[in-house]
Write a protein of this length. Structure first.
Length: 44
């Protein structure tokens, strides 16, 4: 699923997989796209 979504992308992407308490996928969210080889993410 994730591989298909990112196939052919030229820049680095950061995806967040949101899971419920049973580890079932709820949603896939994409953090804004970074540069060619960098994507800055700050945990909060």
């Amino acid at each position: 699923m994730v591989r298909d979504r990112l196939r052919g992308k030229k820049k680095e992407h950061f995806l967040v997989l949101l899971l419920d308490t049973r580890n079932q996928l709820i949603k896939v969210s994409e953090i804004p796209v970074g540069s060619l080889d960098t994507n800055i993410v700050h945990p909060r």
